[in-house]
Design a binder for this molecule. Structure first.
Ligand SMILES: Nc1ncnc2c1ncn2[C@@H]1O[C@H](COP(=O)(O)OP(=O)(O)OP(=O)(O)O)[C@@H](O)[C@H]1O
Ligand SMILES: [Mg+2]
Length: 344
């Protein structure tokens, strides 16, 4: 079975092909980041228009990369939500039309299930059950995963997602959108202990997160440390980035430890854009060593949005006999716990 996957939920057009026998045989990605950087964030209408321009050429490129023709494709998976409604509609309409023309089944995939299953594409893939920490631009969630579709939400952010907090703080530090990775680079040159940021919501039980206060804390620190010309010196910039990053990481680590204790699981999966953060990976590795457990990640390229994770999640569910009918409907908001379990 060979599945074409199409991802257009936000500002990346991703197209990939997953082959049951050979694994991932094509992976094409076009990022709109440069286009949106001028505006300091994603402009939904521009995102939709660009997906229209890029999706079909990327489908063509993916088929060429895998040396396949449309006849070789057994199903088309596409991101049906959550995400920007216009962007989702572009991918869904194209995917649904291709499936109709090629006379194969189509399936609307949940974007966060795509992120959650992305580590399955790696050589070191996790076995079920596990706790998943999903940390992306729009989500921070701890999920108890018993199997594909058997999800229990243990906790989530009550305000900004971790990636969103990285991006907003990066903006305050004068970095371009999305500044998460650039902030992490600055943090590498920062000194520990000069500033101490709070670890939000860790002083009470529970597994929810709150990151919006950290951005305000950073803004106050920046303002308090401007020199007489109103400029933040380079070392202070790096020190604030370091303190902010460590506060987010420590908060995530504390909640992961709790989630693992609560479930009794020994495996932790981490996915979504923030899971590319090197310091987070190092600190989680240390946590799992202490707990005598194991941590699993997607390769950095598959932490952020991509078509590979949609092709894979689509493959698992299409193989299970699921498919979406001819109508094109998307779900900008869609709790992952509504998904059917593939094993009862
Ligand atoms: N090294 C890094 N350290 C911290 N954050 C990072 C790093 N690399 C990427 N990010 C952040 O990851 C986020 C993008 O991740 P992703 O593409 O998974 O999110 P999204 O698709 O926008 O959101 P969602 O999946 O919730 O809809 C951005 O906020 C970005 O700043
Ligand atoms: Mg995403």
């Amino acid at each position: 079975m060979r599945i074409l996957g199409i991802e257009t939920s936000c500002d990346e057009t991703g197209v990939a092909i997953y082959d049951e026998q050979y694994g991932l045989v094509a992976n094409q990605l076009y990022s709109q980041i440069e286009m949106h950087a001028d505006y300091g964030g994603v402009v939904p209408e521009l995102a939709s228009r660009d997906h229209i321009r890029k999706t079909l050429p990327l489908v063509q490129a993916a088929l060429e990369e895998a040396n396949l023709i449309p006849n070789d494709i057994d199903g088309v998976a596409y991101t049906a939500g959550p995400g920007l409604v216009g962007a989702l509609l572009v991918g869904s309409t194209i995917a649904r039309s291709l499936a109709y023309a090629w006379d194969v089944p189509a399936l609307g995939v949940h974007h966060m299930e795509g992120h959650l299953l992305a580590p399955m594409l790696e050589e070191k893939a996790p076995e079920f059950p596990f706790v998943a920490l999903l940390v992306s631009g729009g989500h921070t969630q701890l999920v108890k995963v018993e199997n594909v579709g058997k999800y229990e939400l243990l906790g989530e952010s009550i305000d900004d997602a971790a990636g969103e907090a990285f991006d907003k703080t990066a903006k305050l530090l004068g970095l371009d959108y999305p500044g998460g990775a650039a902030l992490a680079k600055l943090a590498e040159k920062g000194t520990a202990c000069r500033f101490t940021f709070p670890r939000p919501m860790t002083d009470r039980p529970g597994l929810d997160f709150s990151f919006s206060g950290l951005k305000t804390f950073a803004a106050n620190k920046i303002n308090a440390n401007l020199n007489s010309e109103g400029i933040l010196d380079e070392q202070t910039r790096c020190d604030i980035a370091h303190a902010f990053q460590q506060a987010v990481i420590d908060t995530l680590i504390i909640k992961c430890r709790r989630a693992l204790q609560q479930t009794g699981y020994k495996r932790l999966v981490i996915a979504g854009g923030v899971s590319a953060n090197k310091q987070l990976r190092a600190d989680l590795a240390e946590l799992m060593q202490q707990l005598k457990g194991e941590v699993f990640y997607p390769r950095p390229q598959f932490c952020t949005d991509n078509g590979a994770m949609i092709a894979y999640a689509g493959f698992i569910r299409l193989k299970n006999g699921e498919q979406t009918d001819l109508s094109v409907s998307v779900k900008p908001r869609w709790p992952m716990t509504e998904l059917p379990s593939i094993i009862e």
